[in-house]
Design a protein around this ligand. Structure first.
Ligand code: XMP
Length: 327
């Protein structure tokens, strides 16, 4: 059945059996809603859109077209994983758009955080709409809306995302198969659909991506430094057994330089800030205390492997007074 709201007596999905039951039920519901018609989905590679994609591929196969827009602000390996998992392994109809240059050109010289966010958001809709117009006979737009999104939009905390922003000429009926689920339930469903663990257990990642972790005006070289340092951080957290245990961790490369020394020569490069935090509600956040050996390893690897970095700092500030992201 297609749910409108989460029923009060809905049994929380905590086991593979319950997740499978939900998958079976939703596959029927999707088939009934969509029939022989076509569905479009913006697939970011995040948990929600990935689970919706996997569910729809199972239910309606190539009636679904997924569009993955790479805005150039994704983490290392993310677009490649979307192509591998959905394009190759699950055989999805996947359109991959590398819009990196377009986004970075638009963002060049823009240092105001809100203006950066707006450019990224608007450009994303623009690119997606261009792809949607190229397709014929699509009636539905699938979305990874989840239950907290609905509750927050009802409470006026945040406006209901995604579809609201599409231009007037693109009118779709919505398919939102996980909209009555909480995040942990979506992950459980993703697991029974066979998505890889690192996709299902992925830490939260902001829509504007690495753009907000490259404070001020984004340059290609500093963005690359954030991306490389983030990849090392994730690798070392996984090796230390912290993946899935620490709620969110990432790197920031601010736009100032300091003096250093490498091989007896003076350097003048950026610092890399590491942030690792825990929370339940994101309203209040505590800082993870990292083992000293891990810090030593991170300092050594990031300063020696990442071009342009000569210093590593650890942010010990909880929220409040700081926010999680720097912009
Ligand atoms: P802040 O910085 O507000 O972050 O303490 C709280 C949580 O929200 C994420 N975040 C965003 N997510 N678009 C998003 O989709 C954004 O613009 C954005 N800004 C912050 C942040 O990563 C953290 O998990």
């Amino acid at each position: 059945m297609v749910y409108d709201r989460r029923p009060d007596d809905f049994e929380r999905i905590t086991t593979p059996e319950l997740a499978q039951k939900f998958v079976d039920e939703q596959m029927e519901a999707i088939k009934e809603q969509v029939g022989e018609r076509k569905v479009l989905l913006a697939l970011s590679g995040g948990v929600d859109s990935s689970v919706v994609a996997a569910l729809l591929i199972k239910a309606i196969g190539d009636q679904l077209t997924c569009v993955h827009v790479n805005h150039g602000l994704l983490r290392k390996g993310e677009p490649e994983q979307v192509i591998k998992v959905f394009g190759e392994e699950l055989g999805a109809n996947l359109i991959y758009v590398d819009a990196t240059e377009r986004f970075l050109d638009k963002l060049a010289g823009v240092s105001d955080p809100e203006e950066k966010r707006m450019i990224i958001g608007n450009e994303f809709i623009e690119v997606f709409a261009e792809e949607a117009r190229k397709l014929e006979g699509v009636d539905f737009l699938a979305q990874g809306t989840i239950w907290p999104d609905i509750l927050e939009s009802e409470d006026g905390i945040k406006s209901h995302h995604n579809a609201g922003g599409l231009p007037e000429d693109l009118k779709f009926e919505l398919v939102e198969p996980v909209k009555i689920l909480f995040k942990d339930e979506v992950r459980e469903v993703g697991r029974v659909l066979g998505l890889p663990n690192n996709m299902v257990d992925r830490q939260p990642f902001p829509g504007p991506g690495l753009g907000v972790r490259c404070p001020g005006a984004i340059t290609r070289d500093r963005l690359e430094a954030v991306r490389e340092a983030d990849a090392i951080l994730r690798e070392e957290f996984a090796a230390a057994g912290l993946e899935g245990k620490v709620w969110q961790y990432f790197t920031v490369v601010p736009d100032f330089k300091s003096t250093g020394i490498t091989d007896g020569k003076r350097t003048f490069e950026w610092p890399c800030i590491i942030r690792a935090i825990n929370t339940t509600d994101v309203v209040e956040v505590t800082v993870e205390h990292l083992p000293p050996e891990l810090i030593d390893k991170l300092v050594m690897r990031i300063t020696s492997e990442v071009k342009g970095i000569n210093r590593v700092l650890y942010d010990y500030t909880p929220k409040p007074p700081a926010t999680v992201e720097y912009e």
